[in-house]
Design a protein around this ligand. Structure first.
Ligand code: UDP
Ligand code: MG
Length: 177
């Protein structure tokens, strides 16, 4: 049993392609204007989340209405729309074990004034609207959102030299395929 597990583990550690859970981040126009996009990316890098894709893009009315379909009827939607179209966003696809839940915790609650210190919104924003980042709220929505913002060929699987220092053996077996 131990030999079998070790072989399986070695195979995964030496495999170039490791598939972990993916999530979608949007660095909002307000964060780009304020010059904190690097700080935000650094948070995720330091957490050992791997970037699978990154691009700058302007959000059309259509993609925005689809992305915020749960909010289009709300009175604040015109303000949200204007803030999301005030400039380009950066779409970032991050990968890691339980990445969706971990990133939501790192981002903090919607109203930045209530977001805990140490979270991205808690540390970088005072606003419920101009709250610097979007992050997927479930594994199912993450997949939908990744497909919304990234075309085929825009996401990358590549060897990470440090994965074995970022995850333990049991975690490698559980989370990497
Ligand atoms: N938003 C707002 N006023 C509200 C609720 C939401 O302006 O009362 C904006 C805010 O920018 C938020 C986005 O709409 O990030 C999406 O709302 P959601 O409830 O999905 O919050 P999130 O998942 O971003 O925390
Ligand atoms: Mg949301």
């Amino acid at each position: 049993m131990i030999i079998c597990c070790t072989e399986q583990l070695l195979k995964k550690l030496t495999n170039l392609i490791t598939i972990m859970e993916k999530t979608l981040i949007l660095i909002k126009p307000n964060a780009i204007q304020r010059g904190i996009m690097g700080d935000i990316v650094t948070r995720f890098e330091r957490k050992a989340l791997r970037s699978a894709g990154m691009k700058m893009m302007f959000l059309t009315d259509e993609i925005l209405a689809e992305h915020y379909a749960h909010l289009v009827e709300r009175p604040f939607y015109p303000y949200l729309k204007a803030s999301m179209q005030a400039g380009p966003v950066i779409a970032l696809c991050l990968e890691g074990a339980e990445a969706v839940e971990t990133v939501r915790q790192m981002v903090g609650v919607t109203n930045s004034r209530k977001a805990l210190p140490g979270t991205i919104r808690g540390d970088f924003s005072m606003s419920g609207e101009q709250n610097v980042v979007h992050a997927s709220d479930s594994v199912e929505n993450a997949q939908i959102e990744i497909n919304r913002f990234f075309k085929e060929g825009e996401l990358f699987d590549y060897e990470s030299a440090v994965t074995r220092f970022e995850y333990g053996g049991e975690e490698t077996l559980k989370y990497m395929k």
